[in-house]
Design a protein around this ligand. Structure first.
Ligand SMILES: Nc1ncnc2c1ncn2[C@@H]1O[C@H](COP(=O)(O)OP(=O)(O)OP(=O)(O)O)[C@@H](O)[C@H]1O
Length: 254
């Protein structure tokens, strides 16, 4: 088995008396697509922030490419971030920048590439997500939600990252556009050989893009297995979640 690129070991995180993560163990290898499912407020975003170093765990370890980065700062943290792409939940495009400037943001601002060269790379990357060069000159407000997701996707892969996080990549999209985004995610993972961690509530998307699915509940990973097994997991919590039943051991978060 390939060595994992990212590993969380016994990660714990509380906010005051509230224990959100209670010992999360998870790992993902290069070329592997892992999807994390779990109810609203189960701690998926907190887990992601800990993995990215945007938040420090109270206990446990985060290992990236064999190096303990739990409390990494400065150059070590920057080097790690440079190898990670992130597709944020709401797209998070800069309104005042054109599409190509959004896509090329990292190349210009972190990697010091010239605008001319960065624009070329941005247009090439936009092609990969099936957007033409003409879209590059538009502003985010001038394109549809589905196109904005594609632009965000292009931005997350422009530096050919080794690890990509997708936070709710299909939320708010119609089923056809969502499926097109799923295809693109698969293409990116397979094409780049990157490790991918996706957080989603969308089971159609989860089963399509995942090699493996893991479920977070009460601050722990309670099940992990091949995507094809998720509807026959034999776990009553997973079963209730993937079938979207209000009745069962998990209480609705309302
Ligand atoms: N900075 C913070 N300070 C205090 N509490 C926080 C903070 N960040 C998250 N929480 C709490 O941690 C819990 C988990 O939040 P998180 O955003 O990780 O959930 P989630 O699983 O991503 O939910 P959703 O699917 O609704 O996005 C919530 O109860 C939230 O209120």
């Amino acid at each position: 088995m390939t060595a994992s690129l990212l590993k969380l070991e016994g990660v714990e995180k509380s906010f005051g008396p509230k224990k959100v993560l209670r010992g999360v163990d998870i790992d993902v290898a290069p070329g592997q697509s892992l999807v994390i499912i779990g109810g609203s407020g189960s701690g998926k975003s907190v887990m992601l922030k800990n993995a990215l170093g945007l938040m420090s765990p109270d206990a446990g370890r985060i290992v990236f490419d064999g190096q303990d980065v739990t409390n990494a700062k400065g150059k070590t943290r920057e080097a790690m971030r440079a190898r990670i792409g992130m597709l944020f939940q709401a797209g998070a495009l800069f309104d005042s920048l054109t599409v190509w400037e959004n896509v090329a943001f990292r190349l210009i601002n972190s990697e010091g590439m010239s605008r001319r060269q960065a624009k070329e790379r941005a247009i090439e990357t936009l092609k990969k997500v099936r957007l033409g060069a003409d879209v590059g000159g538009l502003y985010p407000a001038e394109i549809s939600g589905g196109m904005q997701k594609r632009v965000s996707l292009a931005r997350s892969i422009i530096s050919e990252p080794d690890l990509i996080f997708f936070d709710e990549p299909t939320t708010g999209l119609d089923p056809i556009t969502a499926d097109a985004i799923n295809d693109l995610i698969l293409e990116m993972v397979r094409g780049l050989g990157a490790a991918a961690v996706t957080i989603t509530h969308d089971m159609a998307s989860a089963t399509k893009i995942a090699d493996e699915i893991a479920m977070l509940l009460d601050g722990k990973i309670i099940w992990r297995g091949p995507a094809k097994d998720v509807y026959a997991s034999g776990n009553e919590y997973v079963d209730q979640f993937v079938n979207g039943r209000a009745e069962g051991p998990i209480q609705p978060a309302i």
